[in-house]
Design a protein around this ligand. Sequence first.
Ligand code: AMP
Ligand code: MG
Length: 408
Amino acid sequence: MLLTFQQAKQQILQSVSTIKSLTSEKVGLFDALDRITAENVVSPINVPGFDNSAMDGYAVRLADLKQSTLLPQAGAIFAGDDISNLHWPKGTCLRIMTGAPVPNDADAVVMQEQTEKSDLGITFLREVKAGDNIRRMGEDVKQDAITVNKGTKLTIPTLSTLATLGIGELAVFRKLKVAILSTGNELTPIGEPLSGNGAIYDSNRFTLKLLLSKLNCEVVDLGIIADDPIQIKQALMTASSQADLVVTSGGVSVGDADYTKAALEELGTINFWKMAIKPGKPFAFGKIGNALFCGLPGNPVSALVTFYQLVQPLILALSGLEDSSMELSFKVKTATNLKKSVGRLDFQRGVLQINAQGELEVSTTGQQGSHITQSFNQANCFIVLEQERGNVAKGELVTVELFNALLK
Ligand code: AMP
Ligand code: MG
């Protein structure tokens, strides 16, 4: 029986709870980009730390303005000034700059553009409301508040907020260790002459390394392993003893899978799935020792699609991310016919763009074979076609899932 994509994904994600969560480490804020917080981050201070001016203008008391719209200027406050000893007589205003502390008894700051300056003082031209142009203490971040939750991926805006709190370092989960290897007698490492007739380059291991480094994993690269039961077994033992997760490519389909399959069956508990998805039907998943195991299909497009759709969410969850919902998907019209056979969920590669009428539409990138790596090159989304659907005609609605940052 074929396993549906959802069943496979669910089984994979369920395995996360069987794994001990990662230990944490302290890193400097600059090195924390894309890392995942290992504890709640609590703010040590209020931001802003004091009421301050949002404008270059004049600090006023509303009571004074009720008496007269012309107020003499008593002094000036600049950003960084300490105003604890400020003397501000009734019936006057204060010049104040953006970011400068606002005195407690000021009701508002009036922007310079709404005033007129003369020898007598400042004339206020418009109605002034209490609180105008005052940025209140703690309005952005309150002291002692949880500012970033545990399990959050740190982005530039989030780190920027933490920088306003003066936080220099924080606890993140250690990087997930992932061991990779390719199986196949036909494989030659990139950069070397092909090893003979029938040889191909080991592109998958290269791609996997890029994907894993983008996901912030530590990669243990075990190279190319020949289709030989003893070597495969040895390599898998090494891999599982050194990593949290082992990802291999090739050797999980029916044809040449037997060596890997036999080795895996001896070493751990592995399920060899036939999934109702295209590309990427064969997929192996399970555990060797303390490490989880994902066996990707050998065809490069299948390997990339199954990595993106199944291994990526697993890695994010294992890395400690709390919310690993990563897809933005919606329906649009297809501008091209799409070939589809009933019975499998298709992840076709598409280009989402805006047509001459200003509407979003999606087109196929052309040939969708699991060996056509160029089907990915221009693509910016998956066209996800339901299992029971057949050929799709131009103009029909289809679901597209925008690529996330992993493929960019
Ligand atoms: P397999 O899953 O081992 O039966 O391989 C399926 C197809 O993918 C075959 O055409 C292999 O030559 C190819 N293939 C397997 N491993 C890799 C790899 N690491 N890089 C590129 N292609 C591969
Ligand atoms: Mg093979």
